[in-house]
Design a protein around this ligand. Structure first.
Ligand SMILES: [Zn+2]
Length: 240
């Protein structure tokens, strides 16, 4: 595909789409090894690429960097001109790398597994204590219910059935939980895309507003010199 592509595995930004959408996104070359070997290695690592790629011909787009990663362009800031985005030598991409997503997903899965394990343990404990109680004293209410079904009562059989039912319910809950989790991940990904889009739109409108503010033509500047203008203004203020 033509145009420059961002080297970050999860990023789809490329220079042509950026230009077409008028998005305020810039592309940055990888640091040279002779400038900073560690920064270069970190850039490569953070791309999270499974395939082999050439850092010398690759670039990373600006959405992965913080404002503080850039050198200040004081000259253009003072002149209210568009700021040149030049990265600091030790800047490292930290945003939208897919790492946060992976981290949070594995954390969610770990918590879920722990919660499921705990629930299973609780159910087993309840069942074990109930079975013990039935062995010692015939259980009253539950026992009556079971005896209606089976005159030759076997309370253990009754508990086994309940246990099986609980296991079925448990599996069903597990399935629903997984479904919800999948949905949650999808929604989170959508949110990330929207946030990205909002960011670039914001930057674009900020830039437009800035340009509009700085453009204030003086209609008299072609007719009068500055000292003449000052005189006229002084007189005008005197009248008022
Ligand atoms: Zn990117």
């Amino acid at each position: 595909m033509p145009g420059r592509h961002c080297a970050v595995a999860v990023c789809k930004n490329n220079s042509i789409a950026v230009r077409l959408n008028n998005a305020n996104i810039t592309f940055h070359r990888f640091p040279k090894a002779k400038v900073s070997k560690t920064a270069r290695a970190e850039w490569i690592r953070r791309c999270q690429r499974a395939d082999k790629f050439n850092p010398d011909t690759s670039q990373i787009c600006s959405i992965h960097f913080c404002e503080t990663d850039y050198e200040r362009d004081l000259q253009n800031e003072l002149l209210n001109l568009p700021i040149k985005k030049r990265l600091k030598k030790d800047a490292i991409p930290t945003l939208y790398l897919g790492l946060e997503e992976k981290k949070s997903n594995s954390a969610i899965q770990r918590n879920e597994r722990a919660a499921l394990k705990q629930r299973k343990l609780e159910i087993e404990q309840i069942l074990a204590s109930n079975i013990e109680a039935c062995d010692v004293v015939p259980c009253d209410v539950e026992f009556v219910e079971c005896s209606v079904v089976n005159e030759v009562d076997d309370s253990n059989e009754c508990w086994k059935e309940k246990y099986q039912q609980l296991l079925i319910d448990y599996k069903e809950l597990e399935r629903k939980y997984e479904e919800l989790q999948k949905k949650h991940i999808e929604e989170k990904q959508d949110l990330l895309v929207l946030q990205k889009r909002l960011r670039s739109q914001n930057a674009y409108y900020k830039c437009k507003t800035l340009n509009f503010k700085t453009y204030q033509p003086n209609p008299f500047s072609k007719i009068f010199r500055q000292n003449q203008m000052d005189l006229i203004l002084k007189k005008y203020e005197g009248i008022n």
